[in-house]
Ligand binder design. Structure first.
Ligand code: GLT
Ligand code: MN
Ligand code: MN
Length: 389
């Protein structure tokens, strides 16, 4: 039996998109550096590295022009490969950004025919996912944005998006698919600006839908970081709202292009707080790595990349356990929870409560003078992360 404590196991629910390990390393300045593997070969690779799940866009598996019998053959072969490699398909999504038809967006496009094609394609992706057993349907608004706001009023775009999501919720219910629909924000790229730039924006939008209970979010580390935000705070708000349906783990430096790095590669401290949060609240959905290997790599490097994502997650999970068990950290944290002066709790409003709050005498100067020791708390965190504690 292996004694390595950082090996992936099914209970960790680690998943990868076909487009992640299948990314051939093309970028705006360079041609692909890796030969494309077939979906079945990618499933074999994921089985070899110990992943639990494989996610896909409709066209990662079935070419956009495939006829029904070609499609059915591909799906059959893929399902067999998943079974023989012990992989499940937890999530599917639609590609509404690669084909030139979607150059002005999909659900928000000005042309009604493009909007119809988009909903038609999304329904097909829902059918496909249901056949593969998926229960989560991600919607990333790839090109739902603009370069010039002369193209349409942004509130019109939002209304069109609402119409499409409402329609697809009903479609999922009518067909007994029971999808949890997870909306994924991104501030920009491939459009100059995307209408739903942050997870917080989507949380506001969900409340305006016909079936808000069916819809949640899929926050991505890189996308929140591109917007200069704290991913853990965004995830916490989603969690608090009962909307953390899925998560895209990767990494990204602020102010760069869409990097989609290996989880923890750019900012391990931010990754640590995120893993600590997910583990403490008991998030039990898939941990999906939406990232890809450096362009310097071949398929050995792709396996290093995939193993690295999962290993880093498990190492950070162990660091979070050490953080909680550390006596000095525990003492600091316990001290923070204590009130420095006698004070009534705020609680729910009551007239008596308001009066006692008005009357209580608090030493404001003493509050301002209280030392919090966050320097020490953060340094101890760094020492745990650096392996000297
Ligand atoms: C694309 C994007 C991701 C989305 C995927 C789902 S596709 O790779 O960069 O963030 O999650 O459509
Ligand atoms: Mn991304
Ligand atoms: Mn993503």
């Amino acid at each position: 039996m292996s004694t390595d404590p950082f090996l992936p196991a099914p209970e960790h629910k680690f998943s990868f998109g076909l487009w992640t390990v299948g990314n051939p390393g093309r970028d705006p300045f360079g041609e692909p550096v890796r030969d494309r593997l077939s979906p079945v070969q990618l499933v074999e690779l994921l089985g070899e590295v110990g992943a639990w799940g494989v996610n896909l866009h409709d066209n990662d598996l079935v070419p956009i022009d495939a006829n029904a019998s070609v499609r059915d053959g591909i799906v059959r072969e893929f399902r067999t490969a998943c079974v023989s490699n012990g992989l499940t398909v937890p999530m599917v999504t639609t590609n509404l950004f690669t084909d030139p038809a979607f150059k002005d967006g999909a659900f928000t496009a000005n042309d009604q025919a493009v909007r119809a094609l988009s909903v038609q394609k999304a329904m097909g992706a829902m059918d496909l996912g249901a056949e593969l057993g998926a229960k989560i349907f991600v919607m990333w608004g790839g090109r739902e944005g603009a370069e010039t706001d002369g193209c349409r009023r942004p509130d019109v775009a939002i209304a069109r998006l609402r119409e499409a999501v409402n329609f697809l919720c009903e479609y999922s219910v009518a067909n007994g698919y029971d999808y949890r629909i997870a909306l994924e924000a991104k501030p920009n790229e491939p459009r100059s600006d995307i209408y739903m730039p942050t997870t917080g924006a989507y949380l506001g939008f969900i409340a305006t839908l016909d079936h808000p209970e069916l819809v949640g979010v899929n926050p991505e580390v890189a996308h929140e970081h591109m917007a200069g935000l704290n991913m853990t705070h965004s995830v916490a708000q989603a969690w608090d709202a009962g909307k953390l349906f899925h998560i895209d783990l990767n990494d990204q430096l602020v102010g760069r292009f869409d990097q989609d790095f290996r989880f923890g590669a750019a900012n391990p401290k931010a990754a640590f707080w995120l893993v600590k949060f997910l583990e403490e609240v008991g998030y039990d959905g898939p941990r999906h790595f939406d990232a890809h290997a450096y362009r310097t790599e071949g398929y050995e490097g792709v396996k290093d990349f995939a193993r690295g994502c999962m290993r880093t997650y498990l190492i950070l999970k162990d660091k979070a356990r050490r953080w909680r068990a550390d006596p000095e950290i525990s003492a600091l944290v316990a001290g923070l929870a204590e009130s420095s002066q006698a004070a009534p709790p705020v609680g729910r409003y009551s007239q008596g409560g308001a009066e006692s709050l008005k009357l209580c005498r608090l030493d404001r100067a003493a509050l301002g003078g209280r030392e919090l020791r966050y320097e020490q708390l953060d340094q101890l965190t760094i020492e745990i992360l650096c392996g000297v504690r």
